[in-house]
Design a protein around this ligand. Structure first.
Ligand code: PEP
Ligand code: MG
Length: 760
């Protein structure tokens, strides 16, 4: 008999038992007989969860007196280990395993080999099915598969017969029950609470046995086709908009998606009588077991990819294709994903999306830039060993997210939740206090008006202008529209956005930065050969360099901005200007479009103010040439500091290494301010640094009077400004900067605390 035929025979017998009128205990007794006999095993036992313990519910071969007597904790003995780790064990010699525990009442001393599989219900182990044999031999693959199939059938029985208490089941699987702390990297600061929701929800298998094998086979063929189509589509779209998957992952996806072995094993499982869903799941369980045995970190990564793909296949076959966004969020949610594209994030209901936890992600990932703009805290690089986040968080778990402290607590204990609640309330109170500063102008103690502007990039962000009372938008990142769009935004769409933004901003100025695309903010429809060959994208074919070679792109943007600002003032600035001629060339594109519009008798802006971002250190050396040509300069400290220190801003290993508050950076920036003295050029800072209080204090101390910062920081920075005496901080900074050995952060903190100025 073939393996599939014998597996089908087992399944048919199980099916008969399940369909019989026996009560649940009777069915379990029958199952252990069928499996023991089919696998020629002296022992077959079923342990199920009761009152938090694994209890022997049925056995063939062990002492019958032990039934409902033998109980063990999760994590105790081999059975407990299987439940605890939700993993399969296959041992030639049970006693040799470090977790082996002998239970005299069962009479199991004569048995050598042992194999066991978890019975999984709603992603939790709610029991264990195991077999034992007198001969010391490992069980064959087909035998393990028969056990896994039986465990699925049992899980269906459990679901229908209330054999385990669901509440109780929560208490079984340690990784899924008690509180767990997840750590990662702060990508967007903030606190949030909510219910965990996976971006791609997991499929619940409701039917294990196939009614029509041929139909199941067809379903799986179609699902494979569809999945391959999707993966090819993703690969063609490079890393844009669909899942943020990077190239390497896509390569692996492709390899698995077209792997003949995988589809063959699934087909064999269907031949044995399983539904397509159950077949995919069982093959996955088997692969999981194999990978665990190999225990290689590189393979563990690949396992992660395969899990993703198997989940995708399951979702296709089960017709559950929608993401959590498409299914709709019903309550306050902390979204969990391996990675996301910016467009996918924007699909979520902003009122209910409170936080995001990503297994990947970096500070400048598109999705993070968008989340920051949305004011949603993000914890990134959150991982939890081999199983990823799925091994510790389930859909619906309560989560306290403290992205500021780079951690999250899943299923918090009551005192932890209370303490978090108090902290959250305090932070909300602070926010409310800042909101009160909305209409208060940021004058320093000595009476100087500081310009506190905000950064934006999406149409909705402009509402923050009124909420925070910011003086205007000091940096509007126009590339956001390009990042969230699957195709190049046409001129009409750009025009509409810019016009809406200007209308919403009213009298307040908006500084539009022309597209800063390329590098890590690549969009596939603008990919070029040159960009693809960039070994160091941050220093590569990006921003103005790209725009000047894609003349059509720059022209369309110039025309849209000029038309949008018709009859009012337009502020436009160019990113990554490295040499003066680049500024001239960019300005010329605008001037030509202006001339064109005038010739067409179209209404044009009353004034156009040109500015440049200072992000490339070389530009600082030619300010004498540059200043007469423009009306403002905005220092992009995110890029500037990465170039000054030659330290990739996206590399977390370098994130803590160089301080923005270093004497080198401060001296450099002070020179920039001093160079503008006596010119009519305004200089400000629009990097993240200006939104942090200690850093903002230092910037005021070296002469900056204009900051453009993330909206959430407007209140705190206004409050700071009102407590500062400029002459005092300037004198202190001058003193500190004359001595390169000074630790500026310590000095500034002390200075601020002496004056009761909050800086954290
Ligand atoms: C900067 O580099 O500081 C900046 C504001 O631009 P971006 O972060 O968009 O590169
Ligand atoms: Mg920049």
């Amino acid at each position: 008999m073939t393996a599939a035929a014998s597996a089908r025979q087992i399944l048919t017998r199980l099916h008969e038992v399940m369909a019989s009128r026996l009560h649940a205990q009777g069915k379990l007794d029958q199952v252990v007989e069928i499996i023991g006999e089919s696998l020629s095993s002296e022992v077959c036992s079923i342990y199920l969860l009761r009152e938090g313990m694994l209890e022997l519910f049925a056995t063939r071969g062990l002492n019958p007196e032990a039934v409902h007597v033998t109980r063990m904790a999760v994590g105790e003995g081999l059975t407990g280990t299987i439940a605890d780790n939700v993993e399969t064990l296959n041992l030639a010699e049970a006693k040799a395993h470090p977790d082996f525990q002998y239970r005299p009442e069962t009479g199991e001393e004569k048995f050598h080999s042992f194999a066991g599989v978890p019975i999984v219900y709603r992603e939790r182990a709610v029991g264990v099915l195991c077999v034992q044999h007198v001969d010391p031999r490992r069980y064959e693959d087909v035998e393990i598969e028969a056990l896994q199939t039986t465990a699925m059938v049992l899980s269906e029985l459990i679901a229908n017969a209330d054999l385990v208490d669901e509440e109780e089941a929560l208490g079984l699987d340690a990784a899924h029950s008690g509180p767990q702390t997840i750590t990662g990297l702060t990508l967007v600061k903030g606190l949030a609470t909510g219910i965990a929701a996976y971006h791609q929800p997991r499929v619940q298998i409701t039917q294990v046995m196939a009614e029509d094998i041929e139909a199941e086979r067809q379903r799986v063929y179609r699902a494979f086709d569809k999945m391959r189509e999707q993966i090819d589509g993703l690969a063609n779209q490079a890393e844009f908009g669909v899942g943020g998957e990077h190239e390497e992952v896509l390569e692996t996806y492709k390899m698995f998606a077209y792997d003949e072995g995988w589809s063959r094993r699934i087909n064999e499982a269907i031949d044995s009588g399983l539904t397509a869903e159950a077949a995919i799941e069982r093959v996955q369980q088997h692969t999981r077991m194999r990978m665990r045995e190999i225990d290689d970190p590189l393979l563990a990564d690949r396992m992660h990819d395969l899990e993703d793909l198997a989940n995708r296949l399951l979702r296709i076959v089960a017709g559950q294709i929608g993401t959590a966004a498409q299914q709709g969020l019903r309550q306050d949610t902390i979204l969990i994903a391996r990675n996301l594209g910016p467009a996918e994030l924007l699909e979520y209901d902003r009122r209910r999306l409170k936080g995001v936890i990503l297994e990947e992600g970096s500070l400048t990932a598109h999705v993070v830039i968008v989340a920051r703009a949305m004011g949603v805290p993000v914890l990134g690089r959150a991982n939890h060993g081999k199983g990823g986040l799925r091994s510790v968080v389930r859909d619906g778990d309560e989560i306290l997210l403290d992205a500021t402290a780079a951690s999250a607590v899943v299923r918090p204990a009551a005192p932890v939740a209370e303490a978090f609640g108090r902290r959250f309330a305090r932070s909300k109170e602070k926010q409310a206090a800042y909101a009160k500063l909305r209409d208060v102008e940021p004058f320093t103690r000595c009476g100087t008006r500081i310009q506190v502007m905000m950064n934006a990039g999406l149409r909705d962000d402009i509402s923050a202008l009124a909420l925070t009372g910011a003086d205007g938008v000091g940096l509007f990142r126009t590339e956001f529209q390009f990042l969230v769009s699957a195709t190049l935004p046409q001129r009409e769409r750009q025009l509409k956005l810019y016009r809406d933004v200007l209308d919403a901003a009213g009298d307040k100025p908006v500084v539009f930065r022309t597209v800063d695309i390329g590098g890590d903010k690549a969009v596939p429809y603008l990919a070029s050969e040159i960009a693809r060959n960039d070994e160091n994208p941050a220093m590569g074919w990006r921003a103005l360099r790209l725009a000047l070679t894609r003349e059509g792109l720059m022209k369309a943007q110039a025309r849209s901005l000029l038309e949008a600002a018709a009859g009012r003032s337009l502020h436009v600035m160019f990113p990554m200007v490295s040499e003066v001629w680049e500024f001239d060339a960019a300005k010329q594109v605008f001037e030509e479009q202006l001339a064109f519009l005038r010739a067409k008798k179209k209404m044009v802006p009353e004034q156009v103010h040109y500015g440049a971002m200072l992000e490339v250190p070389a530009l600082a050396e030619v300010l004498d040439l540059l200043l007469p040509r423009l009306s403002f300069i905005s220092v992009g400290t995110n890029d500037l500091t990465q170039f000054l220190f030659a330290a990739d801003r996206a590399n977390p290993a370098l994130a803590q290494r160089y301080d923005w508050l270093s004497v080198a950076i401060m001296r450099f920036m002070r020179r920039l301010v001093q160079a503008t003295v006596g010119s009519n050029v305004e200089i400000g800072v629009c990097g993240e640094m200006g939104g942090r209080r200690l850093e903002a204090l230092a910037l005021l101390g070296i002469g900056f009077r204009r900051l453009s910062i993330t909206p959430a920081a407007v209140g705190p920075i206004k409050e700071l400004v009102r407590k500062v005496d400029l002459a005092e901080i300037e004198a202190a900074m001058t003193g500190w900067l004359s001595d390169p050995s000074v630790n500026l952060r310590d000095e500034l903190s002390q200075w601020a605390s002496d004056r009761e100025i909050e800086t954290d």
